[in-house]
Design a protein around this ligand. Structure first.
Ligand code: AKG
Length: 283
């Protein structure tokens, strides 16, 4: 396991960067993801689903996550604590350990609970419909945004992080393991923006879309979800989550899928598409 601390302290950003005046009402259950939802996915770039998984599944995934982060020998796992956890995490017990973790990656194959859930049959059926064939999970991440110290994840397109050829359809699945609210850092989307393709990204508070680009866009929505709900979204849909300034947990697990056999590309090619150099753009 590799362990790092986030180096970016909690920073201020414009208070209208994440707006929650318009909150999306989720559909109820993965079984409700019908043809109309496929059309909505393509039109808006996301679908919000309540009750995608049950309490027992939530509990087993949270148990698996804790076992994995506490196993120093967990091979290949990349664990990152929040910046604010420096000097504190060494002292905490098992029950509070996840309250210092920012994120960790490359773990789903290590535990039966995560292995089962990432290829949940109802989910796979939806993904096959969206991607037009057999699917492959290629990136996994747990995002814990701990109470009071969970840093913002600035606006971005997930595709800007992946070495995949331009135009490759990517579907992200983000599952809320606690109630996700505007106060504790629920997801925010720019509906329909995926249809205009890649947006230049910048190294600012993260690898992100420039704040001014988001502030000048209209139609932003928030997607609060009860625990067990999930978001299914296009890899080009701009999204971000605010700092968790509340005292409630907002843990989530996320998987990304492509069609099986999708070729990979290089970082140079990705940067030519999503980077800002040579594009006469400013931030
Ligand atoms: O869970 C979060 O706070 C943000 C997750 C996200 O957008 C990502 O990792 O791409």
């Amino acid at each position: 396991m590799s362990i790092t601390f986030d180096h970016i302290p909690i920073e201020e950003y414009a208070n209208n960067l994440y707006q929650s005046e318009v909150c999306v009402t989720p559909i109820n259950g993965l079984a409700a993801f019908d043809q109309a939802m496929i059309e909505q996915y393509h039109e808006l770039g996301f679908v919000s689903v309540a009750n995608a998984i049950n309490q027992q599944e939530i509990d087993s995934v949270l148990g698996a996550m804790l076992d994995i982060v506490l196993d120093e020998n967990a091979k290949g796992v990349q664990l990152q604590f929040e910046n604010e956890a420096r000097g504190k995490v060494e002292e905490v017990g098992r029950d509070r350990y996840l309250d210092y973790v920012r994120k960790f990656m490359w773990f789903s194959h290590l535990h039966p609970a995560t292995q089962t859930l990432m290829y949940h049959p109802e989910l796979v059926k939806i993904l096959e419909n969206l991607l037009g064939g057999e699917v492959e999970m290629f990136q996994d991440m747990a995002l814990l945004k701990p109470p009071g110290i969970g840093r913002e994840k600035p606006w971005h397109q997930d595709h800007a992080y992946f070495n995949l050829p331009e135009g490759t359809p990517v579907v992200g699945v983000w599952i809320a393991l606690d109630d996700a609210t505007p106060d504790n850092g629920c997801m925010h989307f720019l509906p329909g923006r995926h249809k205009q393709g890649p947006v230049p990204h910048w190294d600012r508070r993260d690898w992100q879309i420039c704040d001014s680009e988001i502030l000048s866009a209209s139609g932003q929505v928030a997607t609060p979800l009860p625990a067990g709900g999930c978001l299914i979204f296009d890899g080009l849909t701009p999204h971000g989550t605010p700092t968790n300034r509340s005292n409630t947990r907002r843990r989530a697990i996320q998987w990304h899928y492509v069609r099986k056999g999708t070729p990979r590309t290089t970082t140079e090619e990705r940067m030519a598409i999503f980077g800002n150099e040579g594009k006469e753009v400013s931030c």
